[in-house]
Design a binder for this molecule. Structure first.
Ligand code: GAR
Length: 209
């Protein structure tokens, strides 16, 4: 088994492409002192992502890094990596980041890139997970926090929470119900790292007591 990190206050960087409600929920958990961490950096791949303004409001350093300005994904991620090293980041937290993470970040942050996905993985990977669940007719869906590997939404699972799916749900109503749980289990999952309790055993995450 591999211990991901020793206990200690976390230095986080958040990657976000959109609204940034998960980013805000992490900030609130830090303010309530339930999450022992500091968000040092927010990076967005979208110029008009509301997450950028949310970071500025919280006086957190925020950058728009445009993937189109780079020859390839490696070079784009090298620039992100430079910023992560500048801030001595412990964990890279994906919060609505709508890109597949490439090998540059994966190799430098092995087991230390975390994602939140709005479905009970391994069901409904990729885009529009809530719509996929409604269309499939499942009676429960939910949210998964997992460690990122080279696949799409395939890495070791840290925490999940389930919600019911009702007959009259649409993508938006289910997404809203799931989001309430996202805002609870993301910071709870990260706090396990701050407590030095996360181990990797093959494709399983083991949380020590
Ligand atoms: C969240 O529902 C998150 O789970 C999802 O995007 C939304 C971002 O909302 N992520 C994915 O679908 C990743 N595959 P937010 O910007 O308000 O945090």
């Amino acid at each position: 088994m591999i211990k991901v990190m020793e206990a200690g206050r976390l230095k986080l960087a958040v990657l976000a492409s959109g609204r940034g409600s998960n980013f805000d929920a992490l900030g609130e958990a830090i303010e309530r002192r339930e999450l022992s961490a500091d968000i040092k950096l927010l990076i967005s791949d979208k110029k008009d992502a509301p997450a950028l303004q949310k970071a500025q409001k919280r006086e957190i350093e925020a950058h728009f890094i445009n993937p189109r300005d780079y020859k390839n994904k490696d070079e784009y991620e090298m620039d992100i990596l430079k910023k992560l090293h500048e801030h001595d980041i412990d964990l890279l937290v994906l919060a609505g980041y709508m890109r597949l993470v490439g090998r540059v970040l994966l190799e430098s942050f092995k087991f230390r890139i975390i994602n939140i996905h709005p479905a009970l993985l391994p069901s409904f990977t990729g885009l529009h997970a809530q719509k996929q669940a409604v269309d499939y007719g499942v009676k429960f869906s939910g949210v998964t926090v997992h460690i990122v590997d080279e696949g799409m939404d395939t890495g070791p699972i840290i925490m999940q929470a389930a919600v019911p799916v009702y007959q009259d749900d649409d993508e938006d109503s289910l997404a809203a119900r799931i989001l309430v749980e996202e805002h609870k289990i993301y910071w709870q999952s990260l706090q396990l790292f701050a407590e030095g309790r996360v181990w990797i055993d093959g494709r399983k995450v083991i949380v020590s007591p």
